[in-house]
Design a protein around this ligand. Structure first.
Ligand SMILES: [Zn+2]
Length: 407
């Protein structure tokens, strides 16, 4: 009898879920933001920095930390309790775990795993993949590439023109002529040959934005990351510009779009235990999310924004040694160093980076990643699905559910 009642209750719940699913419209426009290496504490440090700028103790919320839904996600890989970016990217793009170092290939080393970017594209939506890193670096590559080694950049890059996705952007492409630079055809030529328009920087993009499919990088033949937000030269390509560009290209499709935008350099600055650099990368990432949020304001009933991280980097702690304080005023001294050479010196001088952390009373535990859960924020159609303690493999499934796309 108990079993029967439980069955009845389950059936009733299922009916409810199905009918609710029918009532709620699907997300037509989806933004998937991944702050590489961005743990809760990196975000809190950024908010504390903003409050301190106003001369108060506290935390001033960012755009994305004001989203109404929050959850968190575990992120271990199939080989390591601490993931790397390619295994985490694979989990976030395919819903399957794999080994550190592998990109959208199952732990059996042969089976290819399918990113939701392909599934969503096949369902008729436009798709964009973008980062501040090179486009064929781990996290963006997890949305289109398949390789047993994340470092096989040339092989991974060759998959870009085969996707048919409408928009790609990043600092450039790693190894455009192969590891040794001796491949016959460069990735750039391959991409152009396949009918993509190459745009070099935001101004050039604006002149070419009517093209059907665009790959946006900093400059002709670029092989590097976008410049760091702290000390960035005037006119450099930024993530907020990249998201603006992506919207312009992708929103032309009446069916809708999906885009993955990575704040890739949060991880790089945190690997260096660079407090100021990390905070400025997160502020930049937040600006990019603010662009999506403005789009949301125009299409509130059709848009979903999900913000998460692939893992935490550096093991940052707000506090160091003894005492009940940390002090981020030291960052202003660095920020106000307007001469770019000084900023460069700071960026490249590990000792002065450490002295900044000591002065600020900020601790770091590792030059690698840590294994704790990462935060998940969401806003818009289907956002409630993310209000949970979940695994990173659940996130792409929930995005497909919100869009009504088969996972
Ligand atoms: Zn990393």
């Amino acid at each position: 009898m108990k079993k029967f009642l439980f069955g009845l209750a389950a059936a009733a719940l299922l009916c409810l879920a199905v009918s609710c699913g029918r009532q709620e419209n699907n997300a037509k426009y989806v933004f998937y933001f991944i702050g590489d290496g961005m743990g809760s504490t990196h975000v809190a440090a950024t908010e504390a920095y903003l409050a301190q700028e106003r001369g108060v103790i506290g935390m001033d919320p960012l755009c994305f930390t004001q989203f109404p839904v929050m959850g968190e996600a575990t992120n271990f890989s199939s080989s390591n309790i601490i993931t790397d970016s390619s295994a985490a990217g694979t989990a976030l793009s395919t819903g399957e775990k794999t080994k550190n170092g592998m990109l959208c290939i199952a732990p059996d080393s042969t089976t290819q795993l399918k990113s939701i970017a392909y599934k969503i594209h096949e369902a008729g939506y436009s798709v964009g993949v973008m980062s501040t890193t090179p486009i064929n670096h781990a996290t963006p590559a997890a949305f289109f590439g398949h390789n047993i080694k994340r470092g096989n950049y040339y092989e991974i890059g060759k998959e870009i023109p085969e996707t048919g996705f409408e928009f790609f952007a990043g600092g450039g492409l790693y190894h455009p002529k192969g590891k040794e630079g001796n491949e016959e055809v460069s990735l750039y030529d391959m991409i152009a040959e396949a009918g993509y328009t190459l745009a070099y920087g935001y101004e050039d993009f604006k002149a070419k934005q009517d093209a059907d499919r665009i790959v946006l990088v900093q400059s002709e033949g670029a092989e590097d990351i976008c410049p760091y937000a702290l000390g960035r030269p005037e006119g450099a390509l930024t993530l907020p510009q990249i998201v603006e560009a992506a919207i312009a290209v992708l929103e032309r499709n009446p069916k809708g779009f999906f885009m993955m935008a990575e704040g890739g350099l949060i991880d790089w600055t945190a690997h260096s235990q660079d407090l100021a650099g990390t905070i400025f990368e997160i502020l930049d990432f937040d600006q990019a999310i603010a662009v999506a949020n403005a789009f949301y304001e125009r299409h509130p009933k059709e848009t979903l924004i999900v913000v998460t991280a692939d893992h935490e980097t550096g093991g940052i702690a707000l506090g160091r040694g003894r005492g009940y304080n940390y002090d981020l005023t030291v960052i202003d001294k660095i920020k106000n160093t307007t001469a770019p050479t000084d900023v460069e010196k700071y960026m490249n001088d590990a000792q002065s980076i450490d002295s900044v952390n000591i002065q600020a009373h900020i601790g770091w535990t590792t030059f690698s990643h840590t294994g704790g859960p990462v935060p998940v924020w969401a806003k818009g159609v289907g956002a409630d699905k993310f209000a949970a303690r979940q695994d990173n493999t659940d996130i792409p499934r929930k995005i497909c559910e919100a869009m009504g796309v088969a996972f």
